[in-house]
Write a protein that binds this ligand. Structure first.
Ligand code: SAH
Length: 395
């Protein structure tokens, strides 16, 4: 095993804080390391710190696999991590109402850079670096030994920005027929495992969709912004919403949203599905005096459209202000962000600023973070990225 020296300033991060991410600047001569190497990290004095693998992705250049000295990193080590993760999800495998969930959540399950989701018999493996991809055979073999899958697909997100490498994505087993209809708390969602980086649903919002359906939708008019395939709109409609309005600027979002409604037996013609920049829609809705009981805000962390660049950290208060303008009395905002660079406290500050600007009072009814299958590593705060607040305006 290659011995690698960690710079003095970064020892604390590894030793006391047990942060599993290895930054390029923490390593002496990082350029000497190839992808997919197992390395032993040491202090400049020669004391053992951790064993890691090299895999360059946007966040860093590799991940610690163990802080214990003398653990060998081999196929058995990987197998153990996977089997532990799988057995932790046994209640998910058994649940009949939910057939899509996360099986392996990167550093939360002990191997950063590796994400595995389950969609009703099919696994989708996301490889975040060439380094982790080097261990592909070991990982696939675990699923082969368990022998209870239909097929395996993969998403290569190699380049250093974590972007998706175009490919047909099928690895082995039986090819699926798409759309595959998965269940989530009894709702149907159409997914495509062979059609680009995103499959059609973000599993991390499961609890929020359920809350929207069960507690906030009945009889309401729901505006779903940044709606993608309309997953929140479907939940609202199934919860008895009087009407949903979905807004997304991607042209594909319209047919995708029609499909999600249709696989749930909802007449999409009774719903509004609008392809438009959300900020233009806000202006349009104000001009037309449209009002909503519930507004869902789930923007990407960063998005560039023709007219403007949206950055969560800077622009969230403006989203809140716009939503307040469109809300009925005692209306509810479901505000979500997946930006990893700040925590719940700062998110609450952003929300607060939006309300302050409109001189409105509010109550936070509920808070959500990642669901149980998205295991978090307590030493790696950025991994706990999802923050959702259900907020009621006080009139
Ligand atoms: N809320 C969705 C996920 C949103 S993904 C869900 O629960 O499934 C982010 C979406 O925002 C993408 O579909 C993208 O097309 C859309 N988007 C990005 N910038 C936008 C803008 N300015 N106006 C409207 N949609 C935008």
């Amino acid at each position: 095993m290659k011995k690698v020296t960690v710079k003095q300033d970064y020892i604390k991060k590894l030793k006391q804080q047990q942060n599993p991410l290895i930054l390029e600047e923490a390593i002496v001569q990082p350029n000497k390391l190839a992808e997919g190497e197992i390395i032993a990290l040491h202090t400049p004095q020669g004391d053992f710190l951790a064993t890691a693998y090299t895999g360059r992705q946007n966040k860093g250049m590799g991940w610690v696999l163990t802080f214990k000295e003398g653990v060998s990193i081999d196929q058995a080590f990987f197998k153990q991590k996977l089997l532990t993760a799988i057995s932790k999800r046994s209640s998910y495998y058994q649940a009949e109402e939910t057939t899509a969930f996360r099986v392996f959540n990167g550093e939360g399950d002990g191997i950063g850079g590796l994400i595995i989701d389950y969609f009703d018999g099919y696994y989708v493996i996301q490889w975040y670096s060439e380094g982790i991809y080097a261990f592909k055979d070991w990982i696939i073999q675990v699923f082969d030994e368990l022998a209870d899958y239909q097929g395996i697909y993969e998403k290569k997100r190699f380049d250093t920005k974590g972007q998706y490498v175009e490919d047909d994505d099928f690895v082995k087993g039986t090819r699926g027929e798409f759309p595959l209809i998965v269940k989530e708390n009894g709702m149907n969602y159409a997914v495509y495992l062979n059609d680009g980086a995103m499959v059609g649903i973000f599993l991390d919002q499961r609890d929020v969709r359920k809350a929207l359906r069960d507690k906030y939708a009945k009889g309401k008019h729901v505006l779903n912004t940044f709606s993608y395939t309309g997953a929140f709109s479907v939940a609202a409609a199934l919860g008895g919403a009087a009407k949903t309005t979905s807004v997304d600027l991607a042209k594909r979002s319209k047919s995708k949203t029609i499909e999600q409604f249709s696989v749930n037996g909802i007449d999409f013609e009774q719903q509004d599905i609008i392809v438009m920049d959300v900020f233009d829609y806000f202006k349009y809705a104000k001009r037309k005096n449209l009002q909503f009981d519930v507004v869902v805000l789930d923007p990407p962390s960063f998005a560039r459209s023709k007219k403007r660049t949206f950055r969560t950290a800077k622009d969230y208060p403006e989203l809140i202000e716009n939503s307040i303008d469109l809300l009925e009395k005692n209306g509810v905002i479901i505000a979500s962000t997946n930006t990893a660079s700040f925590g719940m406290k700062k998110f609450k500050d952003m929300i607060h600023r939006g309300f302050q600007a409109k001189k409105k009072k509010y109550t936070i009814l509920e808070e959500f973070s990642l669901p149980g299958d998205f295991t978090v590593n307590k030493h790696f705060k950025q991994g706990n990225y999802l923050k959702v607040l259900v907020i009621q305006v006080k009139d």
